[in-house]
Write a protein that binds this ligand. Structure first.
Ligand SMILES: Cc1cc2nc3c(=O)[nH]c(=O)nc-3n(C[C@H](O)[C@H](O)[C@H](O)COP(=O)(O)O)c2cc1C
Length: 374
């Protein structure tokens, strides 16, 4: 798809944004961020009913689970859908001494960790790609790397638009060269894992969305969905002005009542300043942005072991995370958080999303707004 050069005047901006909504049958210029393993079906369903793009982060789901989830979703709501998969890193380095140190260290902070916890394996990504193909969502996105070209060809032949998550200008160019239909441009403000293709560079290359988005818009000729630190109408308006065709929200939506996350996490998000979040490898081995909980701070203190590679670290921290979840404790929970979650209002998702779009339209001086009537 070829798109017009990024317009500088508000009326042309509105046309561009509405054309992108129409392409997927949306009524709002807003996407829910894929967030693996966090929310139940209520949040994506509420997002879909509001006319925004719902998402499923399918990282941890077996093909049959993806199939069942999509079937349940479609039985509940007739709407477009965005499925998301992780592209695998090279196999992790294994270091028996480091893993033993982590088991001791974690046992001193929580439940005992069985030796086999470190053997955690991701779900087979080819089988997941096949499940996505069978589900035929409107959009399927990847993070952590590019989709292998045979899958790109199959998805696109089935009418699935492939969006690549990018965190640098070079990644954006590479995704365009690999045939992506669009990009999810993830700024370093984002909660959860950073999508940097090269795991080792994910912290040092932490580019903020204000710098990244306009330079990606200048570098490629693809639709852009901006994400990272967007949680109020000012952020949505700024993202559209900087070149995005839609804004994607993660942490802000976690605060909505339909998200159903543990109350301790939700309360902490409401009170978190940007500097109360930090990039850490201590949960999974991949850099991600989390609340500064006592566990995260302890892993940053002198003498703490260096985290193991993904997904070894993820396996090792499994018992701690499960115990924290069961006990409703913030500490020990993988409490991902973007830098702007406190800006969200914490009410029901549908009215909040409608208000965000209306207020962003107002800030951009668009008397006709940014929403298509439903
Ligand atoms: C709890 C949580 C889980 C996430 N899981 C995924 C995931 O599975 N796949 C993915 O592409 N991004 C994932 N992300 C990143 C989001 O898709 C998105 O980039 C991020 O939430 C945007 O920043 P924000 O949280 O400031 O809105 C996750 C983010 C959070 C907060």
């Amino acid at each position: 798809m070829t798109i017009a050069p990024r317009p500088r005047d508000p009326a042309a901006l509105r046309q561009r944004v509405l054309a992108f909504q129409d392409r997927f049958g949306l009524r709002l210029p807003l996407w829910m961020a894929p967030m693996a393993g966090v929310t139940g079906p209520a949040l994506p369903q509420a997002v879909a009913r509001a006319g925004a793009m719902p998402a499923l982060g399918a990282l941890m789901l077996e093909p049959a689970q993806i199939d069942a989830w999509v079937r349940d979703f479609r039985a509940a709501v007739d709407a477009p859908l965005h499925l998301n998969l992780w592209m695998p890193d090279p196999p992790p380095r294994r270091d028996a001494a480091l893993e033993a140190r982590w088991r001791d260290w974690l046992a001193a902070h929580g439940p005992a960790v069985p030796a086999q916890a470190a053997d955690a394996r991701p779900v087979d990504v080819d089988a997941q790609c096949a499940a996505v193909l069978a589900a035929r969502p409107a959009v399927a996105s990847t993070i952590m790397g590019l989709l292998p070209s045979p899958w790109r060809a199959r998805w696109q032949a089935a009418g699935i638009a492939w969006f690549a998550t990018v965190t640098t200008v070079a990644e954006a160019r590479a995704a365009q060269a690999a045939g992506a239909d669009g990009l999810i441009v993830q700024g370093a403000e984002a909660g959860g894992h950073r999508g940097r293709f090269s795991a080792a560079d994910a912290r040092d290359d932490a580019v903020g969305l204000f710098a990244l988005l306009p330079q990606v818009a200048d570098a490629v000729d693809l639709p852009l969905v901006a994400t990272g630190g967007i949680a109020d109408a000012r952020g949505v308006a700024a993202a559209l002005l900087l070149g995005a065709d839609a804004a994607q929200i993660g942490t802000g939506l976690l605060r909505c009542e339909e998200a159903g996350i543990p109350p301790a996490w939700s309360r902490a998000l409401a009170g978190a300043a940007p500097e109360d979040t930090v990039l850490t490898r201590a949960f999974s081995g991949r850099w991600g942005r989390s609340l500064r909980t006592a566990y995260v701070e302890a892993t940053r203190a002198p003498g703490a072991p260096e985290p193991a590679d993904y997904p070894v670290q993820r396996g090792l921290t499994g018992p701690m995370r499960a115990a924290a979840q069961a006990e409703g404790r913030l500490d020990g929970l993988q409490a991902w958080a973007g830098q702007a979650g406190a800006l969200a209002d914490g009410g029901p998702a549908g009215p909040w999303l409608a208000r965000l779009a209306a207020d962003a339209g107002g800030l951009l001086g668009l008397s006709d707004g940014l929403a298509r009537r439903g």
